[in-house]
Design a protein around this ligand. Structure first.
Ligand SMILES: [Fe+2]
Length: 350
C-alpha cells in the first residue's frame, strides 16, 4: 500500500478538525523551524477550500518542545506580540508548530473560541499514531469516568500508593484532533488527565525500572521513591536515577517545581513504549500515549487553571500500574479493564 504523503496526512487531519470550504486556518511558526510542516498544512488547507496563512515569528529558542536542552515550558516567542495574537484569535483553527502549551497566550487564543492543534513531532511518529473517531469515543468515555470521580488512586508492584482528591480541575482529553471551538489538542496523542486538588495529593510514587522520565527521554534503571504530602514532593529517595531527578528539579531553584501536575492514563494502541530505545526524536508522544500507561507528572497546573506556573514540568509514563477511580479499577497491571475504554486491537504486552 502506498504510504500517504505528509500533505495528504495533513489534509485528513484538517478534515477531522472540521476544516471545510470557507474555514480559516493559521499556521504558527518561528524562523525556519518546521517549514515543511507549515507548507504541508497550508497546502492541505487550500485543498479543502479553507483560507489559510502563516504567522511566522522570529526564532527564539529550541527548548520549548523539549527536543534539545532543558524543557522550559510556558515562555513563548508570542509573548507581547499583540498583532500576532489578535491574528490567531481571528481564525477557526491555529496549527501550532512552536509549542504554546502552558502559555498565557495560548489560553487567550482558546478563550476567543479558536481551536488549537499542536503539531511538532517527527512525521514518522505522526504517521504511526493516526487519530480516529473511534479513539476519540474511547478517550471521551474515559473523560466521563474521570470527570465523575471524586478520588483517583494508583499503585504498582514497586510500592506506589498515592491518592488524588479530584473535582478541583477539569478533565483534559487528547485524541489527536479537535473540531470543538476553543479546544486544544496535539497530533498525535491518545490519553486523558486531570489534576488533584492543590493540597489533595498524598502518598508514595515509586517510579520503577522501565518507566520513562520526560524530558530526560530515558528509561529509569533504578527505582525512584517520591514521598508526596498535600500535593508537594517532600522527599526523593533512591540511587542514581533519584539523584538525576533531584538535581534536575533543584536546578530550577523554584519551590513550585515540587508541585504535582496532571494525572491520567494512556489509551493509544499504536503508541510504542519501547520507541526511545532506537528513536529519541521529538517530545515523546509515543511514551505519553502508550496503551495502559499511568501518566504521572509534576510541576505546573496552569493548563488546568491552577496556580502553579513553574517552568519545571516532568512527565512520567509508568508501566504495569493499577489505577482506580472511586475504588473501581480502570487500569490493572498496565491493562485497561473497562470495556468502553478498550482498544479494538489490544496491543501485545512488552
Ligand atoms: Fe505533562
Amino acid at each position: 500500500m502506498r504510504v500517504p504523503t505528509f500533505v495528504e496526512m495533513c489534509r485528513e487531519e484538517l478534515a477531522l478538525c472540521g476544516i471545510v470550504e470557507g474555514s480559516t486556518v493559521a499556521v504558527l511558526s518561528q524562523g525556519h523551524q518546521r517549514s515543511e510542516y507549515v507548507d504541508a498544512f497550508l497546502a492541505a488547507a487550500d485543498a479543502l477550500g479553507a483560507t489559510a496563512f502563516n504567522v511566522n515569528l522570529p526564532h527564539v529558542g529550541g527548548s520549548l518542545d523539549g527536543d534539545v536542552g532543558a524543557w522550559e515550558v510556558g515562555e513563548t516567542p508570542l509573548a507581547g506580540n499583540r498583532p500576532a495574537i489578535e491574528a490567531l484569535k481571528g481564525v477557526d483553527l491555529v496549527v501550532d508548530t512552536i509549542f504554546l502549551l502552558f502559555s498565557k497566550e495560548q489560553l487567550e487564543i482558546q478563550e476567543s473560541g479558536t481551536r488549537v492543534l499542536l503539531c511538532i513531532e517527527p512525521i514518522e511518529h505522526i504517521r504511526a499514531m493516526a487519530p480516529s473517531r473511534r479513539l476519540r469515543e474511547r478517550v471521551e468515555a474515559g473523560g466521563e469516568l474521570l470527570g465523575n470521580a471524586k478520588e483517583l488512586r494508583f499503585t504498582n508492584a514497586a510500592g506506589s500508593d498515592v491518592t488524588y482528591k479530584l473535582g478541583s480541575y477539569p478533565v483534559i482529553t487528547q485524541y489527536g484532533y479537535t473540531d470543538t471551538p476553543g479546544r486544544w489538542d496535539h497530533w498525535p496523542s491518545g490519553f486523558l488527565f486531570t489534576g488533584g486538588a492543590d493540597d489533595g495529593v498524598d502518598g508514595t510514587v515509586v517510579i520503577a525500572p522501565g518507566d520513562i522520565i520526560f524530558p530526560f527521554k530515558s528509561y529509569v534503571q533504578t527505582p525512584i521513591e517520591l514521598t508526596i504530602e498535600q500535593g508537594r514532593i517532600e522527599h526523593i529517595g533512591g540511587t542514581v536515577d533519584a539523584d538525576l531527578l533531584r538535581e534536575y528539579m533543584a536546578s530550577f531553584k523554584d519551590p513550585d517545581a515540587y508541585g504535582i501536575a496532571h494525572i491520567g492514563w494512556g489509551m493509544l494502541e499504536t503508541a510504542q513504549w519501547s520507541i526511545l530505545a532506537t528513536d529519541r526524536r521529538g517530545m515523546g508522544m509515543h511514551g505519553r500515549s502508550f496503551y495502559g500507561n499511568v501518566l504521572f507528572s509534576t510541576g505546573p497546573n496552569g493548563e488546568l487553571g491552577g496556580p502553579n506556573e513553574t517552568l519545571c514540568h516532568v512527565d512520567v509514563p509508568m508501566r504495569n500500574c493499577t489505577l482506580y477511580l472511586d475504588d473501581e479499577p480502570i487500569v490493572v497491571d498496565g491493562d485497561i479493564v473497562v470495556d468502553v475504554l478498550k482498544a479494538d486491537d489490544v496491543p501485545a504486552r512488552a
